[in-house]
Design a protein around this ligand. Structure first.
Ligand code: GCB
Length: 592
């Protein structure tokens, strides 16, 4: 062989070996499966310069094994809790945005009739995963799950998993370089080993059939089938049990009559649904409701509904860290309920699955969003795929959650040809994945005069429900009385006033007319002003003021009042309700 072809072959092989192993689709309802938690204390190595790849940290070698010096070791190093962001676990990691290597040992006894998967609830932002020193895959994105099948690689007895997690922001990441929340890095949600039968129920969608309240639609997918299989969907409480045959790809879809009590905030009724095949059975609590629009009206179960909402980050301010557990979800959602809300905007990324499930049990409707926040690289050719993958992952995880009524594709991105094209494609993609829900986005670009604003964003024509963020009385001074401000929204669609608010430091009191004091009186007054303006918003079907709790953000640089906290919370970082909380509560109580 000529020297040049040998060089070519070597280059090609090297390239092939370094191609990212993309993650596989993850299975729905992991909590309902045969799982073993890998949560707990993982060994960790902080790798600021990202040298670990070259040093093959993932091999977890010792000098004795390797026969020469190895200048890394997981032994006797730091330990990090999983799930958990690293920033809140050690003071020196507060601002850390680079690589940390995680390692976890586990014992396993493979069985010939089982398949084995490893599942991460979320890990921010880029994750590369190694099992027993070999790469098994990568995942990009900090807020959605991913899984890999490892049954053919796992050993009898001792095994070790190494995860390289890198939280560096980049112009091409989603979100990109700047955003108004803390960039919590690390394995932020649970890690599970999932064991399934050889042929298992990988995925299913169960909801009301389109346009019906007395018929369910079901789609079931059996993995590893290769032939037609029998699958049964039953809802014992209403005596429903339907058995169908799948096609040779293991898929089946059908509709069946069902007499159901519909889910609503007043009666968040859930049914135990069982899906079974010859070799697998899985159960889950599922609710049924319709959500639709009629001109400017929003209809839940066919009746107009007003969304009494609020925004909330997936963060526990008192702990200064990412939320991840059921207890965290209960804390945040109890405050949502206490405010009199029936709706929550999960800003600005998919929250934990615990949060979504708990909201459903508590009767809170949800808006869930992918993290396309302001400055996204829309002209980059890779952005659409990346964004669509995030949409797919969000929908795959939560498509059976009736609490979710709205998928949001973005927040405050600036109109322009590339952005309009990408959002248009994302909306199409999301609708194709889930035609049963409504699609929204939070828009902020408008044309304004001292007495009016006009929404001009062309993408507003593509969504089902329009979200508008406007900070009158904070970023935008009032130039007329709130009651006189005219809103022009030239679309016959429901509108949600998806953000308004102003900063206030809890306990700071003063002149309600003085915005520069950051006092509670000003914030409360600004809530009254915004509420006074609401009748001017055409087709208004809901409000989600900004924001439930003060939250951490490097964006917030006022040393006296902020100290890296966004203070627009209705509740302080220590859990104290500010005066504006009572204003909003009173408003929500006044709505039937
Ligand atoms: C916004 C953003 C939100 C910010 C908020 C603020 O428009 O959507 O993420 O945190 O304003 O406080 O400026």
């Amino acid at each position: 062989m000529k020297k040049t072809s040998i060089v070519c072959l070597t280059v090609c092989l090297t390239l092939l070996l370094h191609l990212p192993v993309l993650c596989q689709p993850f299975m729905t309802n992991v909590a309902g499966r045969d799982i073993r938690s890998l949560d707990g204390r993982w060994e960790a190595i902080v790798d600021l310069f990202d040298r670990g790849e070259v040093m093959k940290v993932y091999k977890n070698q010792t000098a004795e094994q390797f026969g020469r010096f190895v200048e890394y070791s997981f032994d006797r190093g730091i330990r990090l809790e999983v799930p958990g962001d690293w920033n809140s676990q050690r003071p020196e990691l507060k601002y850390y945005e680079s690589t940390i290597w995680y390692k976890r040992d586990f014992d396993y006894t493979p069985s010939p009739d089982k398949r084995l998967f490893i599942y991460f609830g979320a890990s921010n932002y880029q994750t590369d995963l190694y099992l027993n020193g070999e790469k098994i895959g990568s995942h990009e994105g900090g807020f959605t799950p991913f899984q890999f099948e490892i049954g053919d690689k796992v050993r009898t007895g001792h095994n070790f998993i190494v995860a390289r997690v890198n939280s560096r922001r980049s112009p091409l990441s989603i979100p990109a370089m700047i955003y108004d929340w803390w960039n919590y890095g690390g394995i932020t949600r649970s890690v599970l080993l999932i064991e399934t039968p050889k042929k298992f129920i990988e995925d299913y969608t169960i909801r009301l059939a389109p346009g019906k309240t007395d018929e369910i639609y079901a789609h079931v997918k059996i993995a590893g089938s290769g032939t037609a299989e029998k699958a049964t969907v039953s809802i014992p409480e209403i005596g429903l049990s339907t058995t169908v045959s799948t096609d040779k790809n293991g898929e089946a879809e059908f509709t069946a009559p069902a007499r159901l009590t519909l889910w609503s905030p007043e009666n968040p009724k859930l049914y135990t649904v069982e899906i079974s095949t010859l070799s697998d059975t899985i159960r889950e609590q599922i609710g049924f409701r319709t959500i639709s629009t009629e001109g400017g009206k929003l209809l839940l179960n066919g009746k107009p509904v007003f969304l009494k909402g609020v925004n909330c980050h997936d963060e526990i301010p008192q702990r200064m860290g990412r939320a991840f557990s059921e207890a965290d979800a209960r804390m945040l959602l109890s405050e949502v309920k206490a405010l009199g809300c029936n709706f929550l905007r999960l800003t600005h990324y998919p929250a934990s699955e615990e949060m979504v499930r708990m909201a459903e049990r508590m009767g809170i409707m949800l808006w869930e969003e992918v993290p396309l926040w302001q400055q996204i690289a829309f002209s980059d050719p890779g952005t659409l795929d990346k964004a669509n993958r995030m949409v797919s992952e969000m929908v795959a995880r939560d498509k059976n959650r009736c609490a979710i009524i709205l998928w949001s594709v973005s927040n405050e991105t600036a109109p322009g040809p590339d952005r309009n094209r990408v959002l248009g494609e994302m909306i199409r993609h999301c609708r194709m994945l889930d035609p049963s829900r409504l699609i929204t986005s939070a828009f902020s670009h408008t044309q304004s005069t001292p007495t009016s604003l006009t929404l001009t964003d062309p993408v507003a024509g593509l969504v089902d429900v329009i979200g508008i963020n406007k900070y009158y009385g904070w970023y935008i001074p009032w130039k007329c009385s709130p009651k006189e401000l005219v809103w022009n929204v030239p679309f016959d669609k429901p509108v949600i006033f998806s953000e308004f608010g102003s900063e206030a430091l809890y306990g700071k009191h003063g002149d309600p007319n003085n915005a520069t004091e950051w006092n509670e009186e000003y914030q409360a007054r600004n809530y009254r002003d915004n509420i006074a303006m609401l009748p001017n918003i055409p087709h208004l079907v809901g409000t989600t003021p900004w924001v439930l709790f003060d939250f951490r953000s490097p964006y917030r640089m006022n040393g006296e009042y902020q100290e890296e906290w966004n203070r627009k919370g209705l509740i302080s970082d220590k859990g104290h309700r500010k005066m504006a909380w009572y204003v909003l509560k009173e408003y929500y109580e006044s709505i039937p």
